[in-house]
Write a protein that binds this ligand. Structure first.
Ligand code: ATR
Length: 277
């Protein structure tokens, strides 16, 4: 049987095995998809050992996306733009193809599932780490009016701004630099919610027509979404839809078929609320 895995540290919480099992069921594929914990200093060995035992493909999660980028010996355009990889495909001839499906997953969730077209919109992206860099190009490809990157350490945001400057209208700075500006979409791509913290968000950022999007997901509102709600954001979404959409894109790469996602997003949300479902 073909085997696949998600590799991370920590990884026990990952919902990728749940999602891929539903995709396999839906499309009639017989495959095994498991979660693999890699020691922090042994990502490469873990990935190569998995391939040696017959692994066909892999998803890569925190904190290994940059190492996965370095290990791949062939990259899709979107992975090389992101400089981060979340999907490996172990090709027959021994090559490791690296892809990044995070950005396209985010864009599909926002534009298709949430019916929020990005063309002409003003977007504030909070954070400048691996999660942020993976989504910048796919966001710019939708031709927003502006993409602003805010980060606690503004040099990192400025470096992303330079990296992607030729792809669209992009700016960067501290959080407070964007106080009083009008954004249609505010995305939290920081890891602050993981530690139950919040980025220093200016007080007047959200309004009735703005969408607040947290790339993390949870059974309850994340601290970022709580704040956005309190400050009057019209629409709230967490990263459950993005997770399912990026998984669907990996599934497409491996199996040549795109699974239906709406049902699986609903199943994932139910599972988050009632983990035994
Ligand atoms: P990931 O791969 O999840 O993006 P990362 O590369 O370590 O992880 O990046 C984490 C991001 O979250 C960074 O933008 C970080 O800000 P700094 O670059 O200033 O460190 C941001 N971040 C983490 N905790 C934060 C907090 N409490 N407030 C604001 N930003 C935070």
């Amino acid at each position: 049987m073909d085997t696949y895995a998600v590799v991370g540290n920590p990884v026990a919480h990952s919902k990728s095995p749940f999602i891929h099992a539903r995709f396999a069921q839906q499309t009639g594929r017989i495959m095994h998809y498991t979660a693999l914990l890699a020691p922090l200093d042994r990502f490469e060995q873990t990935a190569l050992d998995f391939r040696k035992t017959g692994g066909k493909g892999m998803n890569i999660t925190v904190p290994f996306k940059f190492e996965a980028f370095a290990l791949a010996n062939q990259l899709t355009d979107r992975a090389s733009a992101a400089r981060a990889v979340n999907t490996f495909w172990f090709e027959e001839k021994g090559k490791i193809l690296g892809d990044n499906t995070d950005g396209v997953g985010l864009v599909r969730d926002i534009e298709v599932n949430l019916n929020f077209p990005l063309a002409g919109k003003h977007i504030l992206l909070m954070g400048a780490g691996g999660a942020a860099s993976g989504v910048i190009l796919p966001l710019l490809q939708q031709q927003p009016g502006l993409l602003a990157i805010a980060n606690r350490t503004p040099d990192k945001a400025a470096s992303l701004q330079r990296q992607f400057a030729s792809h669209g209208n992009i700016t960067s700075g501290y959080y407070h630099d964007f106080a009083g500006q009008n954004f249609d979409l505010i995305i939290n791509a920081t890891s602050a919610s993981l530690h139950n913290e919040l980025p220093p968000i200016p007080a007047d950022l959200f309004h009735g027509t703005s969408l607040a999007y947290d790339m993390l997901y949870s059974s309850r509102l994340t601290p970022f979404l709580e704040l956005a709600k309190m400050q009057g954001a019209g629409y709230l979404a967490d990263g459950a839809g993005m997770l399912v959409e990026q998984a669907a894109e990996s599934f497409l790469l491996w199996h040549g078929i795109r699974p239906e996602t709406q049902t699986v997003i609903r199943q994932l949300k139910d599972n988050l609320r009632h983990p035994t479902s």
